[in-house]
Design a protein around this ligand. Structure first.
Ligand SMILES: NC(=O)c1ccc[n+]([C@@H]2O[C@H](COP(=O)([O-])OP(=O)(O)OC[C@H]3O[C@@H](n4cnc5c(N)ncnc54)[C@H](OP(=O)(O)O)[C@@H]3O)[C@@H](O)[C@H]2O)c1
Length: 326
């Protein structure tokens, strides 16, 4: 089968399109003919050996897919060959056929396209877990989203808006902020040119944001924490800026607020039933149109390296997807 192949941990440019043997499904696994695969920030890290998962060579990147089940291994009963599914695979998705764990594969409802599922499974799954589970978001609360024009960021904007929250979007350019407005953000802050804390305080009458969605890290985390309301919840999701922040603990005390870790992979591993329940909620909203993954562009295997470069270079707003057969 054709696949984008990683032969050693190196730069994105070392990836090549070539032939790999089709994977086989072991017990508890299944194989999927990939209709579409999403591009996420960690796909750019895994090929450089900078992600916690380090696959054996050769492998294909591509951590989330949607497609049709080819074969199921022993013990897999919730889906069968021919079923439409989506899956979190960690890697392997930029290939015509990939392998997935049964516990991280879910049936796709009618009306949800492969493109939508592949563009939204990880980002909306993560944002849903953060906002509805870890932060216990309520209608009327104010949600500040950092990196709001990115994959997880736009998912958080949409999910918060759909739940009746007021959304403050922080991103790195006017163009990116316009996209955030189109997806429901009410207040827009360019955090590369404006003081984040002052802007959030001024937009909230001095109270601060009830919930902070932080996928960026670096200096923005402390600024956002300083702009958090009494009893607020700050969600630590990712460090796209490349720097893991250190937090003065007295800020948590003074604000009576919570710093909450959000690790979707670990939710799937430790609480597969709860993860499946949350994924079903997300997919149901894709089906009824109340949430809609923002697909910016699609490419074939030959265009995947350029697309991954664009994402890593902060040039992508919304989501890019790969069509391995395209
Ligand atoms: N914890 C979990 O379960 C989980 C799940 C999914 C993703 N993540 C993590 O969350 C982070 C965001 O993922 P994503 O898929 O939303 O990525 P993404 O689409 O690339 O979005 C990240 C955003 O961060 C902003 N950013 C600020 N400084 C940056 C820098 N130096 N380099 C790149 N981006 C920068 C960019 O927006 P501006 O240019 O507008 O500032 C960008 O839109 C990643 O670190 C990822 O690993 C965690």
């Amino acid at each position: 089968m054709r696949a984008l192949i990683c032969k050693e941990f190196a730069s994105l440019d070392s990836l090549v399109v070539g032939e790999l043997p089709e994977p086989q499904a072991a017990a508890g696994e299944l194989t999927i003919r990939v209709g579409a695969a999403g591009i996420n920030f960690y796909d750019t890290l895994i090929v450089q050996g900078k992600y916690q998962v380090k696959p054996a060579f050769p492998f294909s990147p591509g951590g989330e897919v949607a497609g049709v089940v080819v074969a199921v291994g022993e013990g897999v009963t919730h889906v069968k060959p021919g079923d439409r599914v989506c899956a979190f695979t960690s890697y392997g998705g930029y290939a015509e056929v990939c392998r997935a764990r049964a516990s991280q594969t879910w049936p796709l409802p009618d009306g949800v396209s492969f493109d939508a599922a592949a563009a939204g499974l990880v980002t909306y799954g993560t944002a849903w877990f953060g906002l509805h589970d870890r932060a216990r978001m309520k209608a009327g609360e104010t949600v500040l989203v950092l990196g709001a024009a990115g994959g997880v960021g736009l998912a958080a904007v949409q999910i918060a808006r759909a739940a009746g929250a007021r959304v403050i979007a922080a991103a790195g350019s006017a163009e990116r902020l316009t996209l955030c407005r189109e997806h429901g953000a009410e207040v827009l802050i360019d955090y590369t040119t404006t003081d984040l804390k002052d802007a959030v305080k001024s937009a909230t009458g001095g109270q601060g944001a009830d919930i902070v969605v932080d996928v960026v890290g670096g200096p923005y985390t402390e600024a956002a924490l300083r702009a958090t309301a009494w009893r607020g919840r700050v969600l630590v999701i990712g460090f796209a800026a490349g720097e893991i922040p250190r937090i003065p603990a007295n800020l948590l005390l003074l604000k009576g607020c919570e710093l909450s870790g959000v690790f979707w992979d670990e939710l799937m591993r430790r609480e597969p039933g709860e993860a499946a329940r949350q994924v079903a909620q997300v997919l149901a909203r894709f089906a009824d149109g109340s949430l809609e993954p923002p697909i910016t562009a699609a490419c074939g295997l030959g265009g995947a390296v350029a697309a991954m470069h664009a994402l890593a270079g902060r040039k992508v707003a919304g989501k890019l997807i790969v069509h391995p057969a395209g």
